[in-house]
Design a protein around this ligand. Structure first.
Ligand code: SAM
Length: 423
């Protein structure tokens, strides 16, 4: 890859593996972990002081205009860590390498991209800068990055003034980043699988809602979304690079098409999705089989979601309805409700009794969930008064299982989530 090597004018120091267990949090400079605590980053025992780091004016390397991270490459940004001597050794004048140069350095050090970890590295600093701008990352923001890998996105986030907590599964890249950014207290590195490491616990320690910004390994997109979308009280928005087709699917707003799935209903319930821009596959290395896209999900805090009798009940209803999408809902929902129950609820909601899952909007699913809930409550009330009834026949055990949080019914059916987006 000669064009990459041409850009690799300077190399970061060769890292040594860090002695941090999987799932453990390490500041980028583990040696400095015991300094005075800084607000909100990681667990109290792992907090560190972060001296205000002045962001330098823009500099250029080659044809790529880069935000200057002089402070990252200069000695002495954090005191007392014992590494000043090393860092001063040539680091002070080093400009930030381009994304392409950083990747070239990896290859030069015989570190290969791992397909199993979805390692398609972003090579274009202009795109990375556009992502940070689209995410409106600014000074004081707290950012969770999943899969920092090369650190190429990370340094643009830091350069925008954010404090970054980054979870990396690849221990080689984790160790390399740890060494390269050891003088950067604004970066906290976590070694582990982002899906299993307990992200909610990590985010919960932060003093305000965080942004998630990531060039995701494609194979964890679904699991990570399932994990993060309900965290609207802790996370403000997700800005993720995913496959273009998946991005289009997840930001779909109109029912009726073949691509309208349970994931769309779930997504709209928890957030406002937006397709931002397409990214050519040629901007990654290795080049993947499909283009990428930046997609934004602005999460709703729980109080801003449509009221439902039970969140789990709604998700269960939606999943079941879509599980056999060719079937009419009065048939697909039979594991939860009898056909007459579904028909009568659809009719009471003003919906076609022959409706299939793909015909319904989020608001219509919510209305249906309320109607089925009311029917169940009424039925239970009646059968309770009669001293028996269906509960005794077992059918009710299969209905929505959670107790209703709120029996007042859908207050915002007429002004639903999609309408809100237009404001
Ligand atoms: C597409 S690369 C992105 C690398 C870099 N951020 C960039 O933009 O070039 C995905 C990164 O996620 C990491 N990764 C893969 N699976 C992961 C997981 N389950 N948890 C955390 N990181 C993961 C990979 O090792 C890799 O560094």
């Amino acid at each position: 890859m000669p064009e990459l090597l041409a850009g690799a004018r300077r190399r970061p120091p060769r890292p040594t593996p860090a002695a941090v267990p999987a799932g453990g949090i390490a500041a980028a400079a583990p040696a400095a972990q015991d300094r005075a605590p800084a607000a909100g980053l990681a667990a109290p025992s792992q907090r560190r002081t972060a001296p205000a780091a002045p962001v330098q004016p823009v500099i250029e390397e080659g044809d790529v205009e880069l935000p200057a991270l002089g402070w990252m490459w200069r000695a002495g940004t954090s005191s007392g860590g014992g590494n000043e001597g090393d860092a001063a050794d040539g680091a002070a004048s080093r400009p930030m390498p381009t994304a392409a140069a950083t990747v070239a350095n990896l290859y030069e050090d015989r570190i290969k991209a791992k397909k199993s970890l979805g390692q398609n590295f972003m090579m274009d600093d202009a795109i990375l800068r556009d992502i940070v701008a689209a995410a409106a990352v600014g000074p004081g923001d707290l950012v969770l990055e999943v899969g920092p890998g090369t650190g190429n996105l990370t340094k643009h986030l830091l350069s925008a003034g954010a404090r970054v907590t980054a979870v990396e599964k690849d221990d080689t890249l984790y160790a390399r980043l740890g060494q390269e950014y050891e003088q950067v207290p604004e970066l906290q590195l976590v070694l582990g699988d982002a899906v299993k490491v307990g992200l909610e616990g990590i985010i919960r320690h932060m003093p305000k809602r965080v942004k998630v910004v990531a060039n995701l390994p494609y194979n964890i997109t679904k699991d990570l979304m399932t994990l993060l979308l309900p965290l609207g009280s802790l996370v403000s928005d997700l800005h993720i690079m995913i496959q273009h087709e998946a991005g289009e699917r997840l930001t779909e707003r109109t029912p009726g098409g073949r691509e309208w799935r349970a994931a769309n209903i779930r997504t709209l319930f928890y957030c406002r999705p937006k397709y931002r821009f397409r990214i050519s596959r040629l901007k990654y290395d290795p080049v993947p089989g499909v283009d990428g896209a930046l997609v934004t999900f602005a999460l709703r805090p729980p109080a801003a979601r449509l009221p439902v009798p039970s969140e789990q009940g709604l998700l269960e209803l939606v999943d079941k309805a879509f599980s056999e999408r060719r079937k009419k809902m009065r048939n697909s929902l039979t594991p939860l409700y009898s056909s007459p129950e579904v028909e009568s609820a659809l009719a009471a909601c003003g919906l076609n009794v022959d409706a299939r899952a793909q015909d319904l909007t989020l608001e219509q699913f919510v209305a249906l969930a309320w109607q089925l809930h009311r029917q169940r409550v009424a039925e239970l009330g009646l059968s309770g008064a009669a001293g028996g009834g269906r509960a005794g026949r077992g059918r009710d055990e299969r209905g929505p299982r959670r107790e209703p949080r709120d029996e007042r019914g859908p207050r915002r059916e007429a002004r639903g989530a999609q309408e809100e987006e237009e404001e």
